[in-house]
Each structure stands twice: as structure tokens, then as C-alpha cells.
Design a protein around this ligand. Structure first.
Ligand SMILES: [Mg+2]
Length: 184
């Protein structure tokens, strides 16, 4: 199968590092679970969108983002099993070099640049499965939709919208094995 995999908050913990960065910069104490909207600035009344969204653009930021446990191991096993794995990330172009070097290829060194697709419109990418925490990336896509749970999508009814909610990489591995056996 061709397995499309989002980057932020699917294989790494962007939101945790982002909240930590905003909190440290502006003396706030917002918790990860308080971010209930895709727009992170909504969790920071009194701060502008620019103030919040500038944090991940700072030099060195991506060094503070940690991988999600199990993601690297499962992706390696999927590749070893013969699946084609592609990272599909909608990221500001300015972030690409640091994000790739300080995060993706640091923690996922078995991936190559040929397996990275930078795209905002993920519905245009052809694959059997997309794993993503962004509802807007799954809706309307012609792939099996695995919704990685996150505080901003917690109240969304995944099942009613043709998606499978997943909570960790062990679950993802299990579902992909099942899809592989039963067909997509
Ligand atoms: Mg994401």
C-alpha cells in the first residue's frame, strides 16, 4: 500500500513544543489540552495571531520538537513489509530546511527526501491511507482516513465522517495490518 503520513502531531509533537514556546515567551500557562481549535492563537486571548505563529518560525525551534513514541519503529516496519511510506506535510516554505534536518531526518533517518511531499492540498495526493490529525486534510480525500487524536479534534465525530480515530502508533500499525489483509 501507499501510506501517506502527516508530520506535525502525527509523527512528532509540534503542539507541545509550540505551547511551551509561547508560554515561555509570554509568561502564560496554557496546557496542551487547552488548545481546542486548529488555530492555536485561539487558546491565547490577548496575543495576536502573529505573536503565536511566529514561535515555530524561530531559528532552533524544530530542535525542541520531540517524536511521538513508536512512530519511527512502526514506519520502519511498514517499509520493511513493502509498503510505500510518504511524509505529506503542509509547512511554511521558510521552515522546510530546519524541520527536515533538525527533526525529520534526525529522528527518522531511514526516510529519504524522495519520500517527502510538501503540500497544502493533501486531497490531491494519491495514496491508500492518510494518517493525519487535521480534519481538513482528511475530509474529501480519496484514501482511508486515520484521524490521529489531538486536543483540537477531540470533539469531532470521526466515525460519522468516515474516519477511524487512532490514539497511538500501536493502533495505527494494527489497523494498517488489517487493511493490508482485508483490502482497502
Ligand atoms: Mg498535523
Amino acid at each position: 500500500m501507499t501510506i501517506l503520513v502527516d508530520m506535525d502531531d502525527t509523527i512528532e509533537q509540534l503542539l507541545k513544543a509550540w505551547v511551551r514556546g509561547v508560554n515561555e515567551t509570554y509568561g502564560r500557562s496554557v496546557a496542551y489540552d487547552d488548545v481546542r481549535s486548529w488555530d492555536v492563537s485561539a487558546a491565547y486571548p490577548g496575543l495576536s495571531w502573529e505573536q503565536v505563529y511566529e514561535i515555530p518560525m524561530r531559528p532552533g525551534f524544530w530542535k525542541t520538537v520531540e517524536p511521538i513514541p513508536g512512530a519511527a519503529e512502526v514506519l520502519q516496519r511498514l517499509m520493511a513489509a513493502g509498503h510505500r511510506v510518504y511524509i505529506v506535510t503542509a509547512t511554511p516554505h521558510e521552515s522546510v530546511p530546519e524541520k527536515m534536518n533538525d527533526l525529520l531526518f534526525r529522528y527518522f533517518p531511514f526516510l529519504s527526501w524522495e519520500q517527502v511531499i510538501i503540500a497544502a492540498n493533501k486531497q490531491l495526493i494519491r495514496g491508500d491511507v492518510l494518517i493525519d490529525d487535521g480534519i481538513h486534510n482528511l475530509e474529501g480525500g480519496d484514501y482511508v482516513k486515520l484521524l490521529m487524536t489531538a486536543p483540537h479534534n477531540r470533539s469531532y465525530d470521526a466515525q460519522a465522517n468516515g474516519m477511524i480515530r487512532v490514539h497511538n502508533w500501536a493502533e495505527i500499525e494494527e489497523i494498517i495490518a488489517r487493511l493490508d489483509t482485508d483490502g482497502v
